[in-house]
Design a protein around this ligand. Structure first.
Ligand SMILES: Nc1ncnc2c1ncn2[C@@H]1O[C@H](COP(=O)(O)OP(=O)(O)OP(=O)(O)O)[C@@H](O)[C@H]1O
Length: 248
């Protein structure tokens, strides 16, 4: 089986608090996985452990066949450039143009010197422009990121992730700050590019209905444990109550 992520006995401790309790998960290439669960269940911790932004305390994190648990420096940087990240609050540099923000997705492929002075190649610029065109943002290309709506900013976030040529996209609550219509546009965009480019996606979602509508697989977390892992059709009302407890 062709897996992009394998987590073996994944444990995360914050001081004395056990946020992830012995996680064992395998994600196949091409899956579109939604992680759901109450606030504090460990969704962000799990997602951010995958690219070692917030590394596991113990256990193995295998990305595309390579155990990245012990990697650091240049080797980790090389792995990370293949993992795009999308954030709830977009993480754009607001005073910079849309184009410059998307070009930041190319930094992992540049030398420190070229990266520091942002000396992008013509090829990188053409790539960034083509991505923006594909996502219907080309007319905003030279605007400052601050001038865009939330939904547009998130599509710039997706564009920046795409500029990395990612094998995997991790999206941490990508629609939590958006209205329902913009949420739909952002989720449609994310789902379509992942399907078209054969990118695996793992997305944390608060909204169960979006998880059911878009995911090929849903993982339910509760108190640092995976309590549900199956197809969206199998997610019954009883199971939703079990995952969210009294919080729903
Ligand atoms: N840096 C940290 N230091 C200490 N505890 C933390 C830290 N980050 C998270 N936690 C704790 O770990 C648990 C899991 O947090 P996490 O952010 O992963 O949950 P979540 O399911 O993503 O929640 P939310 O939906 O609110 O973002 C929570 O109890 C949280 O308080």
């Amino acid at each position: 089986m062709d897996y992009i992520v394998n987590i073996k006995n994944g444990i995360k401790n914050y001081d004395n608090f056990l946020a992830l309790k012995n996680i064992n998960l395998s994600i196949k290439k091409g899956e579109f996985v939604a992680i759901i669960g109450s606030s504090g269940a460990g969704k962000s911790t799990l997602l951010r452990s995958i690219n070692a932004m917030n590394p596991l305390t113990s256990g193995n994190m295998i990305f595309d066949g390579e155990d990245i648990s012990k990697l650091s420096g240049g080797k980790l940087r090389k792995v990370r450039r293949e993992i795009g990240m999308i954030f709830q609050h977009y993480n754009l540099i607001e005073r910079l143009s849309v184009m410059q923000n998307v070009l930041h997705g190319r930094l992992g492929y540049m030398s420190d010197f070229k990266g520091f002075f942002e000396l992008y190649s013509e090829q990188d610029k053409a790539k960034a422009f083509n991505i923006l065109k594909r996502l219907g943002l080309d007319e905003h290309c030279y605007k400052k990121a601050s001038e865009l709506s939330g939904g547009q900013k998130q599509r710039v976030g997706i564009s920046r992730a795409l500029a990395q040529n990612p094998k995997l996209i991790l999206a941490d609550e990508p629609i939590a700050s958006l209205d329902p219509k913009s949420s739909e546009i952002v989720m449609d965009t994310l789902k379509n590019i992942c399907l078209e480019d054969n990118i695996t996606c793992i997305v944390n979602l608060h909204q169960v209905e979006f998880a059911k509508a878009y995911a090929t697989r849903i993982i339910g977390m509760k108190k640092g444990v995976v309590v549900f892992d199956d197809s969206p059709e199998k997610l019954t009302e009883e199971m939703i109550s079990e995952i969210y407890g009294k919080n729903i």
